[in-house]
Design a protein around this ligand. Sequence first.
Ligand code: GLA
Length: 382
Amino acid sequence: MTQSLSVLFEEIYQAPAQALSSAPGRVNIIGEHTDYSEGFVLPCSLEFCTKVLYRKRNDTLVTVHSTQYPGEHDRFDVSADISQGDSQWGNYIRAMAFVLKRQGHQLSGVDVLIDSDVPQGSGLSSSAALEVAIGGMFNDTAKLNLSTEDIALLGQQAENDFMDCQCGIMDQMISAKGEPGCALKIDCRDLSTQSVRIPDDLNLVIINSNYPRKLVDSEYNQRRIDCESAAQKMNIKSLRDANLDILQQFKTALTDDEYRRARHVITENQRVISAIDALASNDLEKLGDLMQASHESLRNDFEVTVAATDGIVDIIKGALADKAAVRMTGGGFGGAVVCLCRAEDVATVKRAIEQHYHAQFDLIADIYDCRAGSGLEILPVA
Ligand code: GLA
């Protein structure tokens, strides 16, 4: 794959690529919509990844092609002001150059070819994978000496300040720092991390609902506003500092939405800590209870699920009961469901989805058998 990519690079740019920057998509096991309230998350990086082949140029032009959009390309000058271009995917590259320059880094021109197998629009962080891979590339070509954490923070700023999505830090951090076979507990207050091994006999199955996602950014940004105003009314820095007692005290000062959003964040933070224990003791039933509670809280209190993702959870629970730990994953409003189960039950999950999902929702789901893959890597070209 990389070899045919390097042949394509040479065809486009008439010179070989110098290196490859690779960054993965992610699935979040638990800890949803907690990152921007400085809470805990437990995602893992996937083997699906975005690969960026590149070669430094002697001028200040950035030229970008992508195997996914063969008829399009983007070109901009890093010595001029960087603004949005016509290509939506090209804007992620511009966004990274913009935030790097804003931090005072001197960039040089580069020829780029992008390839990715991270499913798009499915809540598996294809955009964070692209931002982190591009951050890794600029770090290498301009010798910036950035840490993986710096690259993740720049990726988040690219979303917040250039792409107009007020996302938290989870997706970029896990894409930059993920480890094979492990989930990563991230404390989104101080960005400290802890590797949490996923037991070898626990399979990771992702079901992409293929539900057409609408108004995701505006709804997402509104959830963040609700959480911030709830924290402000409770006189705390962020919902990380709240607990259910404090929430009760301030109940009458909060709107109903603020109250329920805050209740989700407070209870979800506790579930992340308990899920780490459940994984450490390979207790699938306990993990299943926690993930079920997380899903219900996201459905009733945070209101980010849709009938299709609720339906997938119900179909799998109907087939496997406490032999599956399952819930929606990612930002929501469609997207994917994550299921942890034993190897012998994977076929039952697939069968149940095939039998019932299309019949109930008139959509076809994609099902991926996954493993936790590596975070950001800079590799030689094959
Ligand atoms: C999106 C955002 C993340 C996080 C999740 C919800 O993936 O990019 O920062 O908030 O939604 O947990």
